[in-house]
Write a protein that binds this ligand. Structure first.
Ligand code: GDP
Length: 529
């Protein structure tokens, strides 16, 4: 096998999706712990991370005039090279969070066992579905009182519409959490909460027919477990890897990230069940990660918040071949050859300059303002383009006006550039055009960023008036007379900068109502670029 093929085969690139507080940070940290990337879990991550990241960011920004936020963590586990993509939640939730999923080959969905499927998980899950990537479920916090495991699986199946197949099965929860039954081994791993999760834990495997097992677990729990195993074996889905790989069946694991319980089991199964970077679709056909030389696409652009430096960082996912510092590539959308000089990568907690990277890896490249989200870069004389990245539905809308009408040009320039980076989406009134600009954002914080940047980078004072709309739908039908759509009282017609019509709604039920009233009208939650 060639080195290139070996390197690519080692790679696993995935995102962790969850609702805030389900334990995404804790689980990520435990993966790093098992990968040997950090020694004592809890020493750098957790709530302290925010501070850590901020100081890092400012230091590097000062040194090189670039802004940095963690985007991907790379670490090694056994013979694997693992890239975890960060999907920012909390107040940082934005369209970038969705776009990051475009760069992942699979997703790990963390669910709080006491809560089940929550709002943000649903949103992120929909994007995973769009791409048919494998989704692995980690039901976390079993050391706390949890919902009934069957209820949790039902919740995932009914709310998300994906089948589930438990790989292990919990015995009790909270104070009575005894451990998990490993279905593939037919044995029990007992729960030990020692060391407060700071070190890798030793696990003990108990055989089902060993009389000691009954004593250790308790006859009540053993009887219940036997019943449940029978139910699972009888009625449950089999672990069909074709279904897993096409994103139709999610393998489910129960554990407790805080105490490390179930983390390594998860990692081992996950790595076995997932594939190295798979071929991706371009306009010329399928691009093989090993056969083709370097190619990548831009999925995120990070603007510099320092107005002295307008430059940005473009994050790209390598889809084939190898990146070497200084290589010349074709920037397809720009129609130019460019040199990729300094690119950075996050190794565990540290950002480093990389000289080489392979398909599956994410690199951050200095961007003098030439890249847009979705752009393709190819090595040598290759000229193909990866499928564009969809536009995701904003949930907050506002009308934005410049205060000084003399500054119209700067205002339009600023707002258009910020939209090009993908931080905001801009729309116009359906009839009046550019007189009024309507801005849509996924996370409400983006409004603040917009106002700040207009003022500081473009010297334009603007006013923002929030609008009550929360739902946007793209119209899939070509040649439709938008004026003739039978609307609801809360529906508003707008258009994007390419004059494509869209609909805004205040209430979610109005979306269904409009579909009902206009047979043949096809509305979509995702826009094409
Ligand atoms: P995130 O917002 O999804 O990244 O969640 P965090 O990893 O920051 O976790 C949120 C809170 O839940 C923190 O206080 C964690 O210590 C706690 N937590 C995470 N995993 C577990 C777990 O397995 N058991 C318990 N009891 N608490 C946990």
């Amino acid at each position: 096998m060639s080195t290139l093929q070996e390197e690519i085969n080692k790679r696993r690139t995935f995102a962790i999706i969850s609702h805030p507080d389900a334990g995404k940070t804790t689980l990520t940290e435990k993966f790093l712990l098992y990968g040997g990337a950090i020694n004592l879990a809890g020493s750098v991550k957790g709530k302290k991370t925010a501070k850590h990241a901020v100081s890092d960011w400012m230091e590097i920004e000062k040194e090189r005039g670039i802004s940095v936020t963690s985007s991907v963590l790379q670490f090694h586990y056994n013979d694997y090279c693992i890239n975890i993509l960060d999907t920012p939640g909390h107040q940082d939730f934005s369209e970038d969070t969705y776009r990051t999923l475009m760069a992942a080959d699979s997703a790990v969905m963390v669910i709080d066992a006491s809560k089940g499927v929550e709002a943000q998980t649903i949103k992120l899950f929909k994007v995973c579905l769009l791409r048919h990537i494998p989704i692995f479920t980690f039901i976390n916090k079993m050391d706390r009182e949890a919902k009934d495991p069957f209820e949790l699986l039902d919740d995932i199946e009914s709310v998300l519409g994906i089948d589930t197949c438990p790989v292990n099965w919990p015995i009790g929860s909270g104070k009575n959490f005894k451990g998990v039954y490993e279905r593939d081994l037919g044995a029990i791993t007992t729960f030990v909460a020692e060391g407060a999760g700071q070190r890798e834990i030793e696990t003990h495997l108990l055989q089902m027919d060993d009389p000691d097992t009954e004593k250790k677990i308790g006859s009540h729990y053993m009887a219940q477990l036997r019943d449940e195993i029978e139910l699972l074996d009888g009625a449950g889905q089999e672990l069909d890897m074709d279904l897993v790989r096409s994103g139709k069946l999610s393998p489910v694991f129960f554990g407790s990230a805080l105490t490390n319980f179930g983390v390594e089991t998860f990692l081992r199964h996950f790595l076995k069940m997932t594939l190295p970077p798979t071929p991706r679709v371009a306009d010329t056909g399928i691009i093989d990660p090993v056969e083709e030389p370097f190619s990548a696409f831009v999925f995120k652009i990070q603007a510099n918040m320092n107005k002295a430096h307008r430059d940005r960082i473009a994050f790209m996912r390598i889809c084939s071949g190898k990146y070497e510092a200084g290589m010349e590539v074709n920037h397809i959308q720009g129609g130019k050859k460019i040199r990729l000089a300094q690119s950075t990568q996050m190794m565990a907690q540290e950002r480093t300059i990389v000289d080489e990277a392979y398909a599956g890896d994410i690199i951050g490249v200095f961007d003098p303002g030439i890249f847009s989200i979705g752009d393709t870069l190819c090595a040598g004389n290759k000229k193909f383009q990866y499928e564009g990245i969809p536009t995701f539905a904003p949930e907050h809308f506002a009308r934005v006006r410049q205060v000084d009408t003399m500054k119209r040009k700067q205002f339009i320039k600023g707002i258009s550039q910020i939209a090009q980076e993908g931080a905001i989406q801009i729309f116009q009134e359906f009839n009046t055009g550019m007189e009024e600009i309507i801005v849509g954002v996924v996370g409400v914080l983006q409004f603040d960023v917009l106002m700040y940047r207009l003022q500081n980078e473009y010297n334009v004072e603007a006013r923002l008036e929030q609008l009550p709309y929360e739902y946007i739908r793209w119209i899939e039908n070509e040649d439709i007379d938008v004026a003739k759509i039978q609307g609801t009282s809360d529906m508003k017609r707008i258009k994007d900068l390419k004059d494509r019509p869209l609909l805004l709604f205040i209430n979610s039920w109005s979306v269904g109502m409009v579909e009902e009233r206009n047979p043949g009208l096809v509305l979509s939650e995702f826009g094409k670029n």
